[in-house]
Design a protein around this ligand. Structure first.
Ligand code: SF4
Length: 486
């Protein structure tokens, strides 16, 4: 077994992983609501590793616990268990708008003229810059550089406060991708944008408590039964009378555009999102890839760790045996919280090993879920070659990524994407593999459980289902705050 060598290390040094966005958990009506929120966030740690927060209520007052880092670093379970509040919401975050800064930790908790409210957000508001500028011009002061704070300014706006359904009015003002959890002292409200870009669903526990989560893996960890998704354009209020649903937009405004990248890469394989199991969708993508792009190989291996499901599908469809080509160490530390790039890269090296005995003198069919910058993939292909692989046929279970995401995923700029402005042959040449084929757009979209036109695939095809501000982006609000040009 050989470690990823120096060239692979240096390649990896240049490419941070695509960052996940955020994960939400909410619970109403359980004496251990805070403890269970901790577990629910832990189960969704893959959706955000930068910060975590929990807000809970005893029915009269909301309190907040939060910090930078992983769920296990931020919270002291013993102290949390002393909180017997029956209602709570929690959030794990990686910044998609708003710098990595403690002031941007969610849930955001504020007090306004109607009392306290806490908000957790997964997604990205596409009209955040415009709304913020309007409020700032009328004298509002913002404390964070996160788009989520705009939502509480909207809520506190007198013109909304006095409308019949203030929250529905606020939701109609915001645009973009949003799965939201609001905690008021006596209730939780869950809401999802009219395209349903990010997942959000509701479950119930044996004691009758209701749970709201981004992914069903968080229902499993607290033994809750899945009930239904919060539908696009819907808000669900949960209080002492139970849940009640309403749509905040007209039926014709609901246009499903679920993020296909949740199925390709982000969501946990054990989860069900958008009505289907993630592992099965990825396996289906692998099968489809084998049909579209057969290869003569001795073994199929997966680039760790996300591509394993697709590689299994490719192996089953092609009849080529699945083999483990890499191992990953669980004990090498957490690279993303290391203080500098050098330490992070050393950790990457320590984490990834090639199993030489599996690949030496073999014709490899290597399955990757997606390629972003390409530097990490190139490093791994080089490591396989140096471990003795005789041929490398790289098969990617999604199309080339050529466009940025404006809906909550932190892709690099188009100029940094390997597929922008390059042909597949040029990418193959850069990656130094014998052949390279991507899954087709139609092929990928046919592998979900929803109709193909119910998914967003803008980062692959450039067709954005929600109008975007191309000049905006992750640091739009920082630029606006500092009044700096792009
Ligand atoms: S652009 Fe890509 S990553 Fe962003 S929501 Fe659409 S499919 Fe998902």
């Amino acid at each position: 077994m050989g470690r990823l060598d120096a060239e692979g290390l240096w390649a990896s040094m240049n490419e941070a992983p695509i960052r996940d966005h955020c994960g939400l958990f909410g619970i109403f009506g359980h004496p251990e609501a805070v403890d269970l929120t901790y577990l629910g966030l832990y189960a969704q740690q893959h959706r955000g590793q930068e910060s975590a927060g929990i807000c809970s209520s005893d029915g009269g007052e909301i309190v907040r616990h939060h910090g930078m880092g992983l769920v296990t670093d931020v919270f002291d379970p013993r102290r949390l268990s002393e909180l017997r509040n029956p209602v709570a919401i929690g959030h794990v975050r990686y910044s998609t708008t708003g710098l990595s800064n403690p002031v941007n930790i969610q849930p955001v908790l504020v007090t306004y003229s109607r009392g306290q409210v806490a908000v957790g957000h997964n997604g990205n508001l596409t009209n955040a810059g415009e709304l913020r500028a309007t409020y700032e011009e009328s004298g509002h002061i913002f404390q964070t550089t996160s788009d989520t704070e705009i939502i509480v300014h909207l809520l506190a706006d007198p013109s909304h406060l006095h409308s019949e359904n203030a929250l529905a009015t606020v939701l109609r003002r915001i645009e973009g991708a949003y799965s939201l959890l609001f905690l008021f002292p006596d209730k939780i409200v869950a809401a999802r944008d009219p395209c349903g870009v990010r997942p959000l669903c509701i479950g119930r526990m044996d004691n009758g408590a209701y749970v709201v989560v981004s992914e069903t893996c968080a229902l499993d960890v607290v033994d809750a039964e899945y009930l239904h998704d919060v539908e696009p354009g819907q808000m669900v209020t949960i209080d002492e009378h139970g849940p009640r649903s309403e749509y905040f937009v007209e039926p014709q405004e609901v246009r499903p555009a679920h993020c296909i990248f949740e199925l390709v890469y982000f969501a946990d394989p054990s989860s069900d999102v958008f009505g289907g199991n993630v592992h099965m969708a990825r396996e289906h993508m692998g099968r489809r890839l084998a049909q579209e792009a057969p290869a003569d190989g001795d073994v199929v291996i997966a680039v760790p760790n996300c591509a394993r499901c697709a590689a299994i599908g490719y192996s089953k469809e092609s009849g080529i045996p699945f083999e483990r080509g890499f191992t990953t160490s669980h004990y090498a530390g957490r690279s993303f919280i290391m203080p500098d790039q050098k330490a992070r890269d050393l950790t990457v090296k320590m984490k990834l090993n090639v199993i030489k005995e599996s690949v030496r003198d073999k014709r490899l069919v290597v399955v990757e879920d997606s390629i972003v910058r390409g530097t990490t993939t190139r490093g791994k292909m080089g490591a396989l070659r140096r471990a003795g692989a005789s041929e490398i046929h790289l098969r990617v279970a999604s199309p080339p990524i050529r466009h940025p995401c404006f809906y909550g995923i932190d892709f690099p700029t188009p100029g940094e994407l390997i597929a922008t402005g390059r042909t597949v042959e040029q990418i193959r040449d850069y990656l130094e593999v014998d052949s390279l084929t991507y899954l087709s757009l139609d092929g990928m979209l046919s592998c979900g459980t929803r109709p193909p036109d119910h998914y967003c695939a803008a980062c692959f095809c450039g067709d954005y289902p929600i109008p975007i501000d191309r000049a905006g982006g992750k640091l739009l609000l920082e630029r606006q705050r500092l009044r700096t040009p792009e």
